[in-house]
Design a protein around this ligand. Structure first.
Ligand code: CMC
Length: 424
């Protein structure tokens, strides 16, 4: 059987054969047969925007792999910086490569004092994600050379800077929100330890986080590092395709992540669990969702039609964290909600399962992170994925992203002077 599809224009009887390559058919072939007829796909549900060798998802089977490595194996054996290297370079580093990469990242953790001062312009109750988006965008003015995106060495410098500075910026937004002084990075600490130190350090000379919590943060960073063409990564690629500098494109990606349908869902989950309040209220809440009164936050996914493999790992990891910090009382509500939804026809027929955001907030909250910081915690590791995709997109010389539309507005009409317009 030929690996192709035949498209026939029934108006003319003309056909073309479009080969199926790597699970896709070329829109260029379609355009040859049907100039001016656009493939209508709002939300890109059935459109492959690019070719990518970074992350593989089988949504039916609940499989996620970075560069071919199953997420379960990376979660068990790897570290976030090793995973960042893997995403960027395509291979796991050897010891020397990892040491050199870690040292490169570590040298970029500090931020310019002026970046820090920007925070002072924000209102005291500014949302940390709003501050983060602005701070990342501001970085582009500090590194004007970043616009030389055709130079791989310049690109790599900005990639290292962004990966390294994200935890510093993230912690700075929290310190500002809570009225605490900024904590400078400590280059003697690991990536995750340093982040926790910048978040929580008070007067002690050297902050020492509980190793179980350090591991939990590193694990969550691994799980959030990439997820192929999600909304924020697509934003990174789209803005990057206009050859914007990486800070501007990354700020745009952060803004996309902020949305409650994307990275903002972890915050929405916690607010939902808090508003449910008691396990006895779960059935009524599920019923309300089924009646269209809101969504079950942290459930459903465009790609996964099975349990999100990241949610499975996070659910298990939550118990390790609760052993150190005590159980989050919302866990019982979450478990009951999951059990109720997974047994309900509404969720079964739509193939809605818990996604990465369903359990992550419970861990973050138990560790003391305020709810507003949850999406910021997502942005820190997703920076590695954004950067890997940005770099891949530029290396592939992708054209500027510029989709078409189906125009549904008014036909051509003559300008009407204001005196002649209907007063109604
Ligand atoms: N609760 C209740 N119903 C839902 C939910 C939900 N969480 N998600 C989807 N549905 C229903 C939806 O109403 C629709 O039903 P019907 O066919 O009767 O109209 C059907 O399932 C298909 O939903 P959809 O909106 O067409 O699916 P989508 O692929 O466009 O949206 C989604 C995917 C993740 C935006 C959506 O499932 C959702 O809003 N989930 C809640 C928010 C959330 O958890 N987001 C995090 C996503 S994973 C991490 C990340 O991307 O950052």
């Amino acid at each position: 059987m030929p690996e192709s599809v035949t498209i026939t224009d029934n108006r003319t009887g003309q056909s073309i054969e479009d080969p199926i390559v790597e699970g896709g058919v070329s829109a260029a072939e379609w355009a040859k047969l049907l100039p001016g007829i656009w493939f209508y796909d709002p939300g890109f549900s059935a459109t492959a925007e690019c070719e990518s060798a970074i992350t593989y998802i089988d949504g039916e089977a609940g499989v996620l792999e970075y560069r071919g490595y199953p997420i379960e194996e990376l979660a068990e054996h790897s570290t976030y910086l090793e995973v960042a290297y893997l995403l960027l370079k395509g291979e796991l580093p050897n010891q020397a490569q990892l040491s050199s990469f870690t040292s490169d990242v570590t040298t970029h953790t500090f931020i310019h004092e002026n970046v820090k001062r920007f925070l002072e312009g924000f209102h005291y109750d500014a949302h940390p994600m709003g501050m983060l988006v602005s701070e990342v965008a501001a970085l582009s003015t500090f590194y004007p050379e970043a616009k030389h995106i055709d130079d791989p060495a310049v690109r790599m410098d900005q990639i290292l800077r962004l990966i390294a500075k994200m935890p510093t910026l993230a912690a700075a937004t929290h310190r500002f929100s809570s009225g605490k002084p900024f904590v400078y990075p400590d280059d003697t600490l690991s990536f995750a330890e340093n982040f926790l130190s910048m978040m929580w350090k008070t007067s002690e000379p050297h902050f020492q986080a509980d190793p179980a919590l350090v591991r939990a943060i590193d694990l969550l960073f691994i799980l959030h590092a990439d997820h192929e063409q999600n909304c924020s990564t697509t934003t990174m690629r789209v803005v990057g395709s206009a050859q914007a500098d990486p800070y501007s494109a990354c700020a745009a990606a952060c803004a996309a992540l902020y949305g409650p349908l994307h990275g903002g869902a972890n915050e929405a989950v916690l607010r939902m669990l808090t508003s449910i309040g008691d396990i006895s209220e779960v059935p009524a809440f599920v019923q309300a969702v089924k009646e269209g009164k809101g969504r079950l936050q942290g459930f459903g996914h465009r790609v996964y039609k099975n349990y999100d493999p990241r949610a499975k790992i996070i659910r298990k990891a939550a118990y390790d964290v609760f052993e150190v910090v005590g159980k989050n009382p919302l866990l019982d509500i979450a478990l009951k909600l999951e059990e109720t939804a997974l047994a309900d026809e509404y969720f079964i027929s739509r193939r809605l399962y818990p996604n990465v955001d369903f359990y992550s907030g419970l861990i973050y909250q138990a560790m003391g992170f305020p709810v507003e910081m949850f999406t910021v915690l997502f942005a820190i590791p997703r920076t590695a994925g954004w950067m890997a995709h940005w770099n891949e997109m530029l290396e592939s010389k992708q054209k500027i992203a510029r989709p078409r539309q189906l125009y549904s507005g008014s036909p051509t009409r003559a300008y009407v002077p204001i005196e002649a317009r209907d007063a109604e």
